[in-house]
Design a protein around this ligand. Structure first.
Ligand SMILES: [Zn+2]
Length: 126
C-alpha cells in the first residue's frame, strides 16, 4: 500500500504512552460536530434554544438532525479508525498521537492514511 514503508519506519520510533484511546476519539468526533452547530446558531445559548425546539419537534434527542449528523461523523471516524488499525496496526492513532514526532509530522501521517481511506470509501461508494 502506498505510503506504507514510510509509516512503518516512523511507527518504530513512536513512544507508547497513555493517550486518548480510540473510544475517546470516537466520542470527540461526535461532539466536535456540535462546535460547527454552535457557530451556525451564533453561540452555545442560541444553539441550546434551537436544540430544544428541534428536540420537541422531532420527539427526542436522537432524532434531532444535528444529532444524526454528529452520529454520522462518529461512525465515519470509526470506519477510518478500523481502516488504520487493519492496515497500520492496532492502536496506531494512539501511538502516533503520543509519539515524540512533531505535530506537523503527525498531521502529515494522518493525512496520508486519511487520503488512502477516502479513496477506498470512494471505490466502495460509501
Ligand atoms: Zn450530540
Amino acid at each position: 500500500m502506498k505510503g506504507m514503508n514510510n509509516i512503518s519506519s516512523i511507527n518504530q520510533k513512536w513512544v507508547r504512552e497513555p493517550t486518548p484511546d480510540p473510544l475517546w476519539l470516537k466520542m470527540v468526533s461526535h461532539e466536535a460536530t456540535h462546535i460547527n452547530h454552535f457557530k451556525q446558531a451564533g453561540g452555545k445559548h442560541s444553539y441550546l434554544v434551537h436544540f430544544l425546539k428541534q428536540y420537541i419537534m422531532y420527539g427526542g434527542h436522537d432524532n434531532v438532525p444535528e444529532e444524526k449528523e454528529a452520529d454520522r461523523n462518529r461512525n465515519k471516524f470509526q470506519r477510518f479508525n478500523n481502516f488504520v488499525e487493519k492496515n497500520y496496526g492496532k492502536n496506531c492513532l494512539k501511538s502516533l498521537l503520543s509519539s515524540d514526532v512533531s505535530d506537523g509530522q503527525k498531521i502529515r501521517q494522518i493525512d496520508v492514511m486519511f487520503k488512502e481511506w477516502k479513496a477506498i470509501e470512494k471505490e466502495n461508494n460509501i
